[in-house]
Design a protein around this ligand. Sequence first.
Ligand SMILES: Nc1ncnc2c1ncn2[C@@H]1O[C@H](COP(=O)(O)OP(=O)(O)O)[C@@H](O)[C@H]1O
Ligand SMILES: [Mg+2]
Length: 256
Amino acid sequence: MSNAIEVRDLVKTYATHDGTMLQALGPISVEVPSGGFMTIVGPSGCGKSTLLKLLAGLIPKSSGSIRVSGTEVTAPHPDIGMVFQSPVLLPWKTAIENVLLPARVLGLDMAQSRERALKLLAMVGLQDFADKYPKELSGGMQQRVAIARALIHDPSILMMDEPFGALDAMTRELMNVELLRIWHEAGKTIVFVTHSIPEAVFLATQVMVLSNRPGRIADMVDIDLPGSRTLDIMSTDAFGVFASRIRSQFNSQGLL
Ligand SMILES: Nc1ncnc2c1ncn2[C@@H]1O[C@H](COP(=O)(O)OP(=O)(O)O)[C@@H](O)[C@H]1O
Ligand SMILES: [Mg+2]
């Protein structure tokens, strides 16, 4: 299997306002196979969002190398779709117009994109809501629109930064099940940042556990649970073993 993402000795240092340098992340080396689902957990401020932005080419690295879909990342990468914690939809545009926004920016064929947007809205369960405005949609529905928008240019990689953090627990669990379905259906590679250990285990094929800042890999856990999962799996012994391995990693480092 080929790798969608290959990171070697990646380091990020920010220049802060008072002129000092702050090492936020690394060195980190990791590989994510094509079609894999990597979740990233770690304490607040350890560099999770920084890592995602580096992978997507949204900010420059300080050293090391990042290869995505076989090419070195030096600028915003076209093969990546991003979903942030807040869906940031334009309130004066309908759901489908929000989904189509990147297609307009990228100058894609609009007739084809519109067709694709309708399919994506159906895939995220919003086939009847294409012409609704964001204020007419629940938080979970808005985040689904944001997922459809991230997929409009058909990237092979989807990056999600605590996308369900603002949702209530029940909606969040439903969104997790939905996301796994979308992952199977769309055949994407996904990198997903979360604060929640159960969410990290439930979704992943591999969990990256980061240390305190500067974030380094404290543990890398392959989750060999079945590919198609329902919420019931959370009460199995196998699931509990993975979750407690990650939790003990947090505890042993004083991360919680
Ligand atoms: N643009 C920036 N300039 C300076 N420091 C930053 C910048 N962005 C993030 N940081 C710092 O880098 C560290 C990691 O931030 P971040 O990646 O947002 O962590 P996380 O997402 O894990 O909470 C934090 O200490 C944060 O304050
Ligand atoms: Mg963050």
